[in-house]
Each structure stands twice: as structure tokens, then as C-alpha cells.
Design a protein around this ligand. Structure first.
Ligand code: GSH
Length: 206
């Protein structure tokens, strides 16, 4: 890749980790710029005007342009690599799992992890407390669906790792930090171990 790549991120975020892991697995160097989201550093007028009007990280800076949304940034990095199937159906199937991750998985598992591990239970407001049971139920349903899908296959799409696996791995492998019991999902554990032993794998750090 000829343009300079800068990842605007928060190290403890799984959404940011997805982008770092994608870059690591395909061997693309990415400069990192850290923001403290707990201090509102992605909500400043400068950040909103220049980096992402949606006030969130990750954002991948490519030359003088910006790509918010983790899965879009992963797709930009991996375009043309082995992480994106060339078969048309498999490509769409990969996107299916990436959209599913953003709708059924991340809003439940990542949000509970954020509330429990980063915000702290005692700091939650009433509305957040009320949502915890439904997010726990939906998070377990997502993990159960993944476990069932992986019962007779090694990867989410086709017979090789793709962005679908990377995007789902990011918050699944830290779901225990949100008090999910991953031992209930043995196929998910086997799948995670495959990723963690791959050449180029990097841990999340935070
Ligand atoms: N759908 C977005 C979600 C981005 C997101 O929620 N980012 C969080 C950290 S994981 C954030 O920036 N929070 C800070 C804030 O909302 O002020 C993606 O996949 O990139």
C-alpha cells in the first residue's frame, strides 16, 4: 500500500483491535494514534470536524482521507488479500457475517464488556442496568449461533480464514471479560485457538 496509514484508536477497543489484527495478518504497517474515549477525546470539535463526524473510533486515515467503521477499515486493508474470498457468493457470505457481527454480536457482547470492565457496574445509569439482562440473553444467543455454525467447519466462510473470522474474533475472545462463559461453546473455543496460533497473530494488548 503506497499511502500512509494511520489508525485512530483506543487500545482496549475490540473494534480497533480488528483493524490492527487484519493489518498484522497481511503484514501491512499501520501507525497508531491513541485517544482516551473515557475522557471524550473523540468528541472534540477538531475530531468531529476532521476525523469522524460520528465521534467514534476506529478510523483509518488513508493519505488525506478517513474511513470510520471498523469493518469497512478492515475491508480496505484486506482488499486483494487472501482474507477476502474471490468467489462472489463467499464474498457476500463474508459480508453477511460482518453485518451480523455489528447488529447481533457487538451491541450485546462489546457493550456489556464496556459497561462491566471499563465503566464499572456502580457507574451505570438506570437505563443501562435495565438493558443488561436482554443484552446477556442476546449475547448468549449470538455465541450459540456461532458455535452451531462452527460445529462442522473450521472457518465462518468456505475453508479458509476471512474477515468474517477476524471481525467476529475481536469481541468473542474477550467475552469472558463481560462474564460470558465461553466453556459453553466448545466449537467457538476451537476456532479461537486456530486464530491465536496463526502466523502474524497479535494479541489485543489491553
Ligand atoms: N460500528 C462502529 C462502532 C464504533 C464504536 O462504538 N467505537 C467506540 C469504541 S469501541 C467509541 O469510539 N466510543 C467513544 C464514544 O462513543 O464517544 C465500528 O465498528 O467502528
Amino acid at each position: 500500500m503506497s499511502e500512509q496509514l494511520v489508525l485512530h484508536e483506543y487500545a482496549a477497543s475490540g473494534n480497533c483491535y480488528k483493524v490492527r489484527l487484519t493489518a498484522a495478518l497481511i503484514g501491512v504497517p499501520v501507525e497508531r494514534r491513541e485517544y482516551d474515549i473515557m475522557k471524550g477525546e473523540t468528541r472534540t470539535p477538531e475530531f468531529l470536524a476532521k476525523v469522524n463526524a460520528n465521534g467514534r473510533i476506529p478510523v483509518l486515515e488513508v493519505g488525506d482521507r478517513f474511513i470510520p467503521e471498523s469493518n469497512a477499515a478492515c475491508h480496505y486493508l484486506a482488499d486483494g488479500s487472501k482474507l477476502i474470498p474471490t468467489d462472489r457468493f463467499e464474498h457476500a457470505d463474508m459480508l453477511r457475517w460482518m453485518f451480523w457481527e455489528q447488529y447481533n454480536h457487538e451491541p450485546n457482547i462489546a457493550t456489556l464488556r464496556f459497561w462491566i470492565r471499563l465503566v464499572g457496574l456502580e457507574q451505570l445509569n438506570e437505563a443501562q442496568r435495565l438493558q443488561m439482562a436482554s443484552k446477556r440473553q442476546a449475547g448468549n444467543a449470538a455465541l450459540a449461533l456461532m458455535d452451531s455454525h462452527l460445529k462442522e467447519r473450521d472457518w465462518f466462510v468456505g475453508d479458509a480464514i476471512s474477515l468474517a473470522d477476524i471481525c467476529l474474533f475481536a469481541y468473542t475472545h474477550v467475552a469472558d471479560e463481560a462474564d460470558f462463559d465461553l466453556e459453553l461453546y466448545p466449537n467457538v473455543i476451537r476456532w479461537m485457538e486456530q486464530i491465536m496460533t496463526m502466523d502474524g497473530y497479535i494479541p489485543m494488548e489491553a
